[in-house]
Design a protein around this ligand. Sequence first.
Ligand SMILES: *Cc1c(COP(=O)(O)O)cnc(C)c1O
Length: 399
Amino acid sequence: MSLAQGRTYLAIPGPSVVPDRVLNAMHRASPDIYAPALFEMVRTLYPDLQSVARTRGEVAIYIGNGHAMWEAALVNVLSRGDHVLALATGPFGIGWANVARGLGATVDLLDFGRRNAVDPQRVADVLKSDKSRNIKAVTVTHTDTATSVRNDVAAIRAALDASGHPALLMVDCIASLACDRFEMDEMGVDVAIAASQKGLMLPPGLGFVWFGEKAASANARADMVTPYWNWLPRVSGTEFYQKFDGTAPAQHLYGLRAALDMLVHEEGMPAVWQRHEKLAHAVWAALDCWGDGGPVAMNVAKNARRSHAVTTVGTGAQDAGKLRRWVEASTGVSLGIGLGMADAIDAGGDHHFRIAHMGHVNSHMVLGALGAIEAGLSALAIPHGTGGLAAAARMIGSA
Ligand SMILES: *Cc1c(COP(=O)(O)O)cnc(C)c1O
């Protein structure tokens, strides 16, 4: 007998659950890419993508995943030998820094470890000491998906302003867009990137780069720009094929149309952010109880610096892999693996897992995942405090 028969739930932080409506919108024969129907539909995507990121800036759409957007964003604004100040609060911030280095930039890495957010004062200090203005860009993840640390983008912007440094502020929003509040223009972000398979509720395959005027002028001087990644024809080309530098990914784009209808036109971005915040608090309420007198603990101590899309959990000396496997086999819920935590904190073992609460997710899905984890903690006799699920339910029911 298995209690896992029925609809499974992939609660990993990307790819996230794709709504049936999006799947149905994608399930169609390839349209004629030279006919106006596709062109007219694609035209409607841009203003809605601006609404999702809260910007009046431009947005280029690419066929590619998040790693591709790391590269796309950098090559559009950098020249060989430029310095990049890379801020890291986990493996994804370091990953973007490595891409910059691989492209030929000189990377100054400020690593804040795996539990803490970026300290804006240290950013300001580095920028002030860069008297010859070699640093052309500051890169940072809004949320690092491995550690679930969420950075204060507005505070980092304030650090740039306080130091009077002209570097571009470039933000990886891949794990946060359409989950955590992100307002590109209000936060003073010059370049933002995202991919389709997280908060945007699509399969992987589309990537997005938003950019403001300052980044657009950097593009005119950058010598790393390559024909495929150049964002200019994608936003200002007069021929439809220039939008994607070749064949448009039509099925994905119809899926995106459906996802944007749901997010922007039906739920509305403020409500999308509020839903994620509430669900995150329910997850944390359960974890607070489980951690009482046991090894289970959230990776990030402060509420204010925790992602609303994913929560990284440590299990002390207990085997997190065993818990994940039990939960999957016995309840049909797949939890995220610990990513990049092994060397720093785990001493080589498997002592972290992640709960995604990202994208097409509601309270019954979160309560179900939490109930599944609580069952696993009991079944495997992992020491934990009681009342986690009840605390999460009270959080969901609170005003
Ligand atoms: C998922 C993710 C990436 C990488 O995206 P891929 O599509 O897997 O290449 C990069 N940065 C962050 C913050 C992410 O969450």
